[in-house]
Design a binder for this molecule. Structure first.
Ligand code: DO4
Ligand code: MG
Length: 273
């Protein structure tokens, strides 16, 4: 099943049909103790809609904070080591350490949804999108579903000094999420492919792929670390790191279109302001 949020309601997609989830907030859904039964009940009771109101899709989020894991792919470790002016060793050490890198990414109010506009910082000279599998996690630390995340990053700022990471990562329009939550009881399969295309002047300027087989960390272990001595009453999102890094000569420009696809979830499209 997939869960969408539109301007007027939550919508469940099941077997190619769309069912309204009237009167339920996104947060009540994340905190539901018997979510799958609730969803099955809605699908069996409700009359399907004529279709999905694509024009009015919103980021599938309520009151959840967005957190992110870093340096979970070898590709990301190498890119950080190369960009870093003196702190390269940090990235190698965190890649090999038992404790993962976890950082705060976004308040819900700053999250950009499908077809929304993401931003590059005005004081950055080297900006990239980071296409990542995002986990929706319940207050009890259960992975409820999966979506697509874009961890927009300023590589020059982080490269100057790893302590500048929050400035490189957290600013207005720096986090994309959507288009829907893939809800399933079984873990997402390791062969799941992630692809990113960046379109400039109507042509594909960059394309890259990876798959979840490349991720070094176990997803549930990342969640376990995030929830250690940290309570999330509304649950949270956790971006799981990037395995796609454009070549060093590449930096995003205004009007670039970022298309991120993950098997089984769909495609998140955002334009750079
Ligand atoms: O250590 C910096 C952040 C890395 C990151 O965001 C990633 O690997 O996706
Ligand atoms: Mg990232």
């Amino acid at each position: 099943m997939k869960l969408y949020r539109t301007a007027s309601s939550l919508v469940i997609e099941d077997g190619g049909r769309y069912y309204p989830m009237n009167g339920r907030s996104f947060d009540s859904f994340v905190c539901d103790n018997d979510l799958y039964r609730t969803l099955d009940g809605i699908v069996s009771r409700e009359t399907p809609l004529h279709g999905l109101d694509i024009e009015n899709l919103r980021a599938p989020i309520g009151d959840q904070e967005v957190w992110a894991a870093g340096v979970t792919y070898y590709r990301s470790r190498n890119a950080r080591m190369e960009e870093s002016k003196g702190g390269g060793d940090f990235y190698d050490r965190v890649y090999s350490a038992e404790r993962p890198e976890l950082f705060f990414k976004s308040m819900p109010r700053n999250v950009v949804g499908p077809m929304g506009t993401v931003r590059i910082r005005r004081d950055a000279s080297w900006s990239v999108p980071e296409p990542e599998l995002a986990l929706l996690v319940s207050p009890k630390a259960e992975i409820l579903g999966y979506t697509i995340g874009n961890d927009m990053s300023s590589r020059d700022i982080e490269g100057l000094n790893p302590l500048y990471l929050p400035q490189a990562k957290v600013y207005d329009g720096s986090c994309g999420l959507g288009p829907c939550i893939l809800i399933q009881k079984e873990p997402i399969v390791a062969s799941t492919k992630i692809q990113m295309d960046i379109v400039r002047n109507e042509e594909v300027f960059f394309t890259g792929t990876t798959s979840l087989t490349e991720i070094k960390r176990n997803l549930q272990t990342l969640v376990e670390y995030l929830f250690r001595d940290h309570t999330f009453p509304h649950g949270c999102f956790l971006l799981t790191g990037t395995g796609i890094v454009p070549p060093d000569a590449f930096s995003l420009q205004a009007r670039d279109e970022i298309r991120i696809s993950i098997d089984g979830i769909g495609m998140l499209i955002n334009t750079v302001a």
